[in-house]
Write a protein that binds this ligand. Sequence first.
Ligand code: NAP
Length: 642
Amino acid sequence: MRNPHAGVPFDTSDEDIAVALEDVSIPTLMLSLVHMTGDPGLIRGRLKPAGLFLNEVQGYMSEEDKAEVRAIALDTIRSYRDQGCPEPEPVSADMLHEMMNWLVCEEVPDEYVPMLMEEMELDGTDVRRVDVSANTSDREAFPVVVIGCGQSGLLAGIRLKEAGIPFTIVEKNAGIGGTWWENSYPGARVDVGNHFYCYSFEPSDTWTEYFAQQPELQAYFEAVMTRHGIGLHVRWETEVLGAAWDDHSGTWSVRTREQDGTETTLVARAVISAVGQLNRPSIPEIPGQDTFTGPAFHSARWDHTVELAGKRVAMIGAGASGFQIAPAIAAEVEQLTVFQRTAQWMFPNPNYHEAVGPGVRWALHHLPFYGRWYRFLIFWPGCDKGLEAARVDPDYPDQQRAVSEMNEFTRQMCTEWITSQIGDAPDLAAKVIPDYPATGKRTLQDNGSWLRTLTRDNVELVRTGIDHIEPDAVVTVDGRRYPADVIVYATGFHANRVLWPMEITGRDGVDLRSLWGERPAAYLGITVPGFPNLFCMYGPGTNLAHGGSLIFHSECQMRYITGCIEELIAGGHRSMEPRQEKYDEWHERSQNELKKLVWSQPSVKHSFFKNAYGEIHILSPWRLVDYWNWTKQPEMDDFVVR
Ligand code: NAP
């Protein structure tokens, strides 16, 4: 069988190939040519990228050099086509490492190479799929309940199905997607490049934008679900109320409620929570908000029946969601007033709203391994570099302004980007340039649309605190009244209330919520002592503020979880839970590490990363490569197995 990443054979005309080549990433194309010819000569000569920056895909090559590559490519691709597009011979490991270094213009350290090779799957093998050894009847007797059918729940279903383990996914919504089902607000789009933000084993060559909008993302997950036959295993519009462990039978009883109120109990040998961290909307209590007479809704509960055209809209909160909503609605509303408590850092990403041209889509579909190298090209700049950049230098003098020299550099770069767009507007500059270190909160990606929106005549950014809400207005603490017909709360989620509001009761009747309080933790973000056979995906301590993608993390977690379940079945065990000392040590180590990073700094006053005590428990302070290594397979000595 042909390697699925070797490209679909084609008979495209010379003219159409030449047109497609106008569009493509030239450095990525060059590596595809190396596969086609088996000759590394092309990347050992003069033509090479000069550097790499986040989402920069052309490698800063001159137009002349790119034209030269296109001419070589046209000849090579024509000849490859005329030979019938044969599957390229495998390339040696050393050569692949050389190709990596060449593409990203730096030495990719040895320790990263196995992870990247796995992520790219150049040999067409999905090694994150766990090989199963236990016999079929044992696995049939091990039903699993997965809570949630977003990206991680779908992945869980795919892996369990591959392993022959019976499972039911319980999903509160009527369709797949989780975040990408619920967040249908105008302008909702992902901010991780889509050719990386998709499962490693389910690449898509049809993305229409580099950072797809919500409908396209939801459709991707729907298509993957259909391809893997997961839909039949899902109970839609059914919410999990709670789950209780019975030590005697070694089972979880999972209580569910359907839309019509019918309650059912599912019995499972293991439970996988795939509920995410950002799905329970948080709306701050503001005096008088109940008296507001117009429509008022949260960004993740967008009311599409409300006509915004010609209305005065007050948007309270402007983090990642508000930042996308304002540019999407400003042109149609009569007046948009944005109430923002804290200014946001943003950095330039010119591709943020760009369409993927037909030439790139042709290359992704047909050229050998083009899509794989493109994935790596987008992944690498966000692979652990952001973590080093987030590290606090305790000797750096002005910690309110920056936490290190590198952080000061980032501040200057982002400030220049902001000021370059607003020109000589000191009032606006004072409102939009943050007063805390760069990257201290989740940094937003920008193509200029946010600041352009703020300079519109019908848009006002208000940084003064809100005092109260009246039936037709929002009033700030300085007494100013902002008339409004509609209120949009873009105020984020209960991110720190992990697994809330489910009632999870473990061994000896221990309630998970009481155990955690404000400090949720799980060993590797996955397992908790006293809660046997409970596995979290995107659990405490696994949110990524420094790069990577949650899909990458989910793939690490699900491989580990499948490994655990496999151990349970093959060993005939009733249960496993992490040793208390492992959990404690992990939590302490994670906390120590988090304290050394910019997100924890007191100068960052408001941030959903922090709990009520200003501590951080939901983020990962770890390098992706370490997390990947730690989650390759469970260490059974870390567990109490019964
Ligand atoms: P968020 O980043 O937590 O932003 C919430 C906004 O509401 C902030 O402006 C916050 O102000 C404000 N707010 C919250 N409570 C407030 C209060 N009591 N008084 C005044 N203002 C208040 O939430 P989000 O924008 O929904 O984004 C959440 C996360 O979802 C993101 O960080 C990201 O992980 C994900 N997301 C991603 C994308 C994307 O991929 N592009 C898009 C949307 C969301 P402060 O800043 O002062 O707290």
